[in-house]
Design a protein around this ligand. Structure first.
Ligand code: NAD
Length: 210
């Protein structure tokens, strides 16, 4: 099935499904029920059944879903057979933590290079990733189409413009700035302050019952 026929909300959950099913497969499990998935992933089972039906996986009553079939689909859809190289811009507190994190454990994305304006960081190697000077961005980034943005908020838009001029396809933006990009560039914002505020709001206004 073509990926563009899957609703965006479903597509967003695919990496979550993939990671969990991969763990099951590594444990030697070959089937899983939507209830089991629902409890582990905190997604209600009706949503899971609907999501899976978009790519032709129909769970059988009393059997559930075949783990390898699902994994095969996710691998293809999420391009898990292909390694996506990623660049990180801004090797400060947050950026350094990401460089130490092994993203490859769960999927096929890898931070292959990092950039910073601080010359004391340039030429170092953090978590196996070389740090280059930001002046070398265009020269070094050839072939890399995804960037993680962890620069100070004051630098975010200028850096985004530079990445756009370079021809970036996607930006994972950790700065609180709502950066503006041309319509052919995809930006995902991860704003920890907003997420935290929203959690506190939900706790207050929609308390969960035991
Ligand atoms: N640290 C956190 O927990 C946290 C949480 C949520 C969001 N953020 C956001 O993430 C971003 C980074 O936060 P941080 O705490 O790592 O900041 P930081 O000041 O520790 O790191 C920023 C890094 O960017 C580099 N830099 C500055 N200008 C640059 C440029 N023009 N080109 C390339 N590199 C440049 C600096 O030298 C520094 O190494 C900020 O926008 C911050 O608001 C941080």
């Amino acid at each position: 099935m073509e990926q563009n026929k899957i609703p965006q909300a479903t597509a967003k959950r695919l990496p979550l499904y993939y990671r969990y099913l991969n763990n099951l497969s590594n444990q030697g499990k070959n089937r899983v029920s939507s209830r089991e998935l629902s409890e582990a992933l905190k997604v209600d089972s009706a949503t899971i059944r609907r999501d899976f039906s978009y790519f032709g996986a129909l769970g059988r009553k009393g059997y559930g879903y075949n783990v390898e079939y699902l994994l095969g689909f996710f691998r293809k859809t999420l391009d898990q057979d292909e390694l996506t190289e990623v660049a990180l811009i801004g090797v400060g507190n947050l950026g350094t933590a990401f460089l130490h994190y092994n993203f490859l454990k769960n999927n096929n994305t890898k931070i292959v290079m990092a950039f910073d304006a601080d010359s004391s960081k340039v030429g170092t190697d953090i978590g196996g990733v070389p740090v280059h000077h930001i002046d070398q961005l265009e020269e070094k980034m050839e072939g890399v189409s995804v960037a993680i943005l962890t620069v100070p908020v004051s630098e975010a838009q200028a850096m985004t413009n530079r990445l756009a001029d370079f021809g970036i396809s996607g930006i994972l933006n950790f700065t609180p700035s709502r950066i503006t990009v041309p319509s052919d560039i995809r930006v995902h914002h991860i704003d920890l302050a907003i997420e935290l505020q929203s959690l506190v709001y939900f706790l207050k206004h929609y308390p969960l019952k035991a």
